[in-house]
Design a protein around this ligand. Structure first.
Ligand SMILES: O=P(O)(O)OC[C@H]1O[C@](O)(CO)[C@@H](O)[C@@H]1O
Length: 427
């Protein structure tokens, strides 16, 4: 399903030197003995996720899909990125499923929110508000605005039926509100942090609303759980990737995650939070960056090829496209393109990928890690998520950092609260 190719990575160290350390960290993860060990619920989630809740998710999605045309997913960071990544990667950017999925709660941009308000005001819409803490300001502000709109246009009873809250099982402002209003509730497990939560109700409800088979996604994740439950660096590709990026990270401060499909740009956003928030602390970490090729080869390609040597690339290559087209033959051939007639567009895309890797690695001196995924569907998405989660935990522990906290995010919030005059933050 996933193959990691390090033949273009130009590693300055022997991977094997990390064998013992990796086996030690594998035990730390599985025996929960490392820093942040109360956030390791994702490790066995594909096996022991709440099946009753999954059934409720599917039932509510089926029921709500009959009633609404637009679902507003209201969350930020790990509370929406995984769902968005899955929905776009699997359904594409112009999907045919009935319910349109839009994202709010991820910004204070008044123009963005006002435009969405205008767009949905005469439509049949519902809201999935997602917040583990229940207090994230971006999410709370957007939810208040759209909840008011829904209640004003449809009445409180219909609104309560169309609002689904995904939050902590026991505490928080959102939990209290959901209990009081009688919203359908799903749970963010205590032992799973936001960036590791896509395979919980956080991701699964919006994904189900997009018409995607969440059982297949969990089966894919389970296959990855079994496959990567293996301390042997020689055969565990998730660990190979985790080690290789740390070796490269000693020389290069940035990692550029590259895909060749526009619909994977939010997989990159999800990946950036996963690695950036897990690793960027104590003055350490590799800056996670991303690009979609060949699109960005026409903007960033020059820098990557010949600019300062600050990055390595991690290329996610999907072997089989979901759809394909053939370049037509043209008798006049005025564009001189007949040499491609009869070839598929994906054939061209793959040659662009091969040519770019060769140019960047062998001419530009930019190391490439290549991660090959056979295809993109619900099953393989679940598999891929687990692969990156496991790779990330290993990689960040290898750096000597707790992968599961994010103390730095609080600093801007405190400043903002002070400036906004939030009670308790006055001075
Ligand atoms: O689900 P919540 O609590 O609203 O948090 C959303 C996001 O904000 C963060 O807590 C950072 O502020 C992320 O870790 C998380 O994914």
């Amino acid at each position: 399903m996933i193959k990691v190719d390090l033949s273009h990575a130009k590693l300055a160290e022997d991977l094997n030197d990390y064998k013992d350390k990796v086996a030690e960290i594998h035990d730390m993860i599985h025996n929960k003995t490392g820093a942040g060990n109360d956030f390791l619920g994702w490790v066995e989630l594909p096996t022991n996720y709440d099946k009753d809740e999954a059934a409720r998710i599917k039932a509510k999605a089926a029921e709500l899909s009959k009633e609404i045309d637009v679902l507003l997913v209201c969350g930020i960071g790990g509370s929406y990125l995984g769902a968005r990544a899955a929905i776009e990667a699997i359904n594409g950017l112009y999907p045919t499923n009935k319910v349109e999925i839009l994202y709010i709660g991820n910004t204070f941009s008044s123009t963005y929110l006002a435009q969405i308000k205008e767009y949905v005001k005469d439509k049949e819409f519902g809201i999935n508000v997602i917040s583990k803490s229940g207090t994230t300001t971006e999410t709370s502000v957007a939810f208040r605005i759209f909840k008011e709109l829904l209640e004003e246009t449809k009445g409180k009873e219909v609104a309560a039926r169309r609002i689904v809250a995904t939050t902590d099982a026991h505490k928080g402002a959102l939990k209290t509100l959901a209990d009081q209003e009688g919203y359908e509730e799903f749970v963010v497990p205590d032992d799973i942090g936001g960036r590791y939560s896509v395979l919980t109700a956080v991701g699964l409800f919006p994904i189900a609303m997009a018409g995607i088979d969440i059982d297949a996604m969990m089966e894919g994740a389970k296959a990855a759980q079994d496959h990567y439950n293996n301390p042997d660096l020689a055969t565990n590709d998730a660990y190979k990737y985790g080690v290789a990026r740390q070796i490269l990270g000693k020389k290069y401060p940035a990692e550029m995650f590259v895909t060749y499909e526009l619909q994977l740009s939010n997989v990159a956003e999800w990946w950036k939070q996963l690695f950036g928030e897990s690793e960027g602390k104590e003055g350490k970490g590799i800056l996670p960056h991303s690009a979609v090729f060949s699109t960005d080869l026409h903007s960033l390609g020059q820098f990557i090829q010949e600019g300062s040597k600050v990055l390595f690339e991690t290329v996610l290559k999907v072997t089989k496209p979901q759809l394909d087209l053939t370049v037509p033959s043209d008798p006049d051939n005025l564009d001189n393109l007949n040499y491609l007639a009869g070839k598929t567009v994906d054939y061209v895309n793959k040659r662009a990928c091969e040519g770019t890797i060769d140019a960047h690695v062998n001419v530009g001196g930019v190391p490439n890690i290549v991660i090959e995924l056979d295809e993109m569907n619900a099953y393989s998405f679940g598999y891929m998520v687990y692969f990156f989660e496991k790779a990330c935990a290993l990689s960040v522990y290898l750096l000597g950092v707790n992968p599961f906290n994010q103390p730095g995010v609080e600093v801007y919030k405190k400043n903002m609260f002070k400036l906004l005059g939030k009670p308790g933050y006055e001075k």
